[in-house]
Design a binder for this molecule. Structure first.
Ligand SMILES: [Ca+2]
Ligand SMILES: [Ca+2]
Length: 191
């Protein structure tokens, strides 16, 4: 057992990641342990199938989308720094350290992440069909297709300010203005 600082030496970009994400050294160490656990063949990168070992995700109705968010477009692997950056979206922001708009910056980042979970073709808009797909996976057991359609219809009507029948990021952000994003984004990942 080395001290925590010598164990940190093995972790790629540890210092920079702490600064960038606000994670503590203890957090980074814990995330690294998790990364190594998932990285069964010890190649220093994860593939989508490696995420199957995270039970919280396997049981999440939009787990596949969340896993997809770890991977840049066209890439099939994710390294430790990128892994940490994605998880930073799930990190609650300390409410007692609001200054220089830092809080709202990280809120915007989190909203962007959430937006991408819907915007699967990444054209910068959530179409009616994209919204329906997410609602369908989340509510499948509980509501009829007809109810789904009307929930989607109402959501679009409420958010769609320029009436192009899709939700842009700005519209998405506006419609969630009063929602506590930290509460929504907190997950089993960081506990
Ligand atoms: Ca889209
Ligand atoms: Ca719109």
């Amino acid at each position: 057992m080395g001290s925590s600082s010598s164990r940190m030496d093995h972790i790629p970009n540890a210092e920079q990641l702490m600064q960038e994400t606000g994670f503590s050294a203890a957090h980074i160490l814990r995330l690294y342990a998790r990364f190594e656990f998932l990285d069964k063949d010890e190649r220093g990168e994860l593939r989508p199938e490696d995420f199957g070992a995270l039970r919280g995700l396997a049981m999440n109705p939009i787990g596949d989308r969340i896993i997809g968010a770890f991977f840049s477009r066209g890439k099939e692997t994710v390294d430790f720094p990128s892994f940490v950056r994605v998880l930073a979206n799930f990190r609650p922001t300390e409410t007692n350290t609001i200054r220089d708009g830092g809080q709202s910056f990280s809120r915007t980042r989190k909203l962007k992440f959430a937006f991408k979970l819907y915007d699967q073709d990444r054209d910068g808009k959530i179409s009616r069909e994209e919204l329906l797909q997410v609602l369908r996976s989340m509510l499948e057991q509980q509501v009829t297709e007809e109810q789904l359609q009307s929930i989607a219809e109402r959501a679009i009507q409420e958010a769609d300010l320029d009436q192009d029948d899709a939700i842009s990021f700005e519209e998405f952000k506006k419609s969630l203005e009063r929602v506590n994003i930290d509460e929504k984004m907190s997950s089993h990942f960081l506990r």
